[in-house]
Design a protein around this ligand. Structure first.
Ligand SMILES: C[S@@+](CC[C@H](N)C(=O)[O-])C[C@H]1O[C@@H](n2cnc3c(N)ncnc32)[C@H](O)[C@@H]1O
Length: 229
């Protein structure tokens, strides 16, 4: 099995197409996941959007008074996200870096690194990585918020229901994963279940919101809110 870290490329080329493709693929429900997060963030809190992409969730949050930092590897994605957030009259902080190399100060007297955030948002980000990479990634995200800070994750819901439903869910998940695998080097993996990873990292699951694909289909998309212990 490949054990080197997943490093994507090519999101710059995809940037103009990413949101329209997501809208067609989910019937607008990926955007609904973004809104779910934006509506539950508290105005005034400092939120780090990792793998910010085109910044739909960050822009919706900024309109509500959240102070956003956008982090992404792709300059093309970051440029679009920045424009979108600026439209709400907020100037976001931009971090063009691999999240695994981004650290926050544990010691508030250390001026070289930023203080922890109130919230970290990872929308459709963790599915870029293999399942065996999740423990380190989630533990790292937890270090970016202080104790009591929140982690918001929008992603595919884990398999549920009978055999036919699971097969449909797998096909729904695997099609974009394989397409993005070919285009960007995204990892190829089974549908992630983030709950055990939360538990292992001492993150309490505070809420779950599920979304039906196309608004009327099965609940194959979800938003998890975790509180770091
Ligand atoms: C599937 S897109 C999700 C975009 C957006 N969050 C959304 O919900 O529409 C994944 C994003 O993660 C970024 N990305 C992938 N690996 C990364 C890494 N190691 N560090 C930071 N960003 C990364 C990609 O450039 C891309 O913009």
């Amino acid at each position: 099995m490949n054990s080197s870290p997943t490093v994507v490329r090519g999101y710059d080329r995809l940037a103009p197409w990413y949101d329209p493709l997501a809208t067609v693929y989910s019937g607008g429900r990926i955007a609904a996941c973004h809104r779910t997060i934006a509506e539950q963030l508290t105005p005034g809190e400092r939120a780090l959007f990792v793998g910010a992409g085109n910044g739909r969730d960050a822009a919706a949050a900024a309109r509500r008074g959240v102070i956003p930092t956008l982090l992404d590897l792709s300059p093309g994605m970051l440029a679009r996200a920045t424009r979108k957030v600026r439209e709400s009259g907020i100037e976001p902080t931009i971090v063009a870096r691999d999240v695994r190399e981004f650290h926050c100060a544990r010691d508030p007297r250390d001026p070289s690194t930023p203080p922890p955030f109130d919230a970290v948002v990872a929308s459709f980000f963790l599915n870029v990585f293999r399942t065996d990479e999740l423990p380190d990634l989630i533990a790292h995200l937890a270090t970016l918020v202080g104790s009591g800070g929140r982690i918001w994750i929008a992603d595919f819901a884990p398999p549920r229901g009978g055999g036919l439903s699971r097969l449909g869910q797998r096909i729904y998940h695997d099609c974009p994963m394989r397409a993005f695998g070919a285009l960007t080097g995204n990892a190829i993996h089974p549908i992630h279940d983030l709950r055990p990873e939360f538990e292992r990292t001492g993150i309490t699951l505070a809420s779950t919101t599920t979304h039906r694909v196309f608004g009327v289909g099965p609940r194959w998309l979800e938003v998890l809110e975790g509180v770091v212990g």
